[in-house]
Design a protein around this ligand. Structure first.
Ligand SMILES: [Fe+2]
Length: 214
């Protein structure tokens, strides 16, 4: 467990390095979720009024930031054990931590709240069965749903020993979670992005050493 209670100047690269010190597996997972979230978010413009976005940013950029930070709350857990009750606190702990350091991390950019929402709600489910708040459907920010789907994709595609799947069967498994784990809009984005997502996993696998994989 890393003590981050002291006030310190931190940046996104520092969060990546903190994740690396804590667990290279978690760091690499966060990087893959960030890239996949950004790819999926490229197809999300038709489901959001992008003209409401703060100027100077885009859905993929915010999605990437959220993916990088999504599990940062795990740094404050005593153990990385999904069966431990503390595990269910990590989304809120992560969002609260980022809130505290918002100025250093995001320079108080207006989109910072969208990043925090990704972190806080990336384990919510559109059927209401998620945590920490049990939100349903449209109460869950779209980018949080995209992060949830990217998170699930990564768990299906990658194991601690490397690429665990060539994509066969994963498409159907994810499709089966549309309307349950994440909303149908997110599935439409994944469907459109599918070949790019799988191609990216193959690239990571080919350049495993370069990528500093587990
Ligand atoms: Fe998580």
């Amino acid at each position: 467990m890393i003590n981050m209670s002291q006030s310190m100047g931190i940046r996104i690269n520092d969060l990546d390095e903190l994740l690396n010190q804590f667990s290279i597996t978690l760091r690499n997972h966060s990087r893959r979720v960030a890239v996949c979230s950004a790819i999926i978010a490229e197809y999300a413009g038709s489901f959001m009024n992008i003209y409401d976005l703060p100027s100077g940013t885009s859905l993929p950029v915010i999605a990437h930031l959220g993916g990088t930070c999504h599990d940062i709350g795990k740094l404050m857990l005593p153990a990385l054990d999904a069966n431990n009750d503390d595990y269910f606190k990590h989304p809120a702990m992560g969002a609260d931590l980022l809130e505290k350091h918002k100025a250093e991390l995001f320079g108080n950019e207006p989109y910072s709240q969208m990043v925090l929402d990704i972190v806080r709600y990336h384990h919510e489910q559109t059927d209401g069965g998620g945590f920490p708040e049990g939100l349903e459907a449209r109460d869950i920010p779209l980018l949080a749903g995209i992060c949830a789907a990217a998170n699930e994709l990564d768990h299906l595609m990658y194991s601690e020993s490397g690429l665990a799947n060539n994509g066969a069967g994963v498409y159907e498994k994810l499709k089966g979670q549309a309307g349950k784990r994440f909303c149908e809009c997110v599935w439409v984005c994944i469907d459109r992005a599918w070949l790019r997502l799988i191609e990216r996993y193959m690239t990571w696998n080919s350049f495993a050493n370069f990528y500093d994989a587990e």
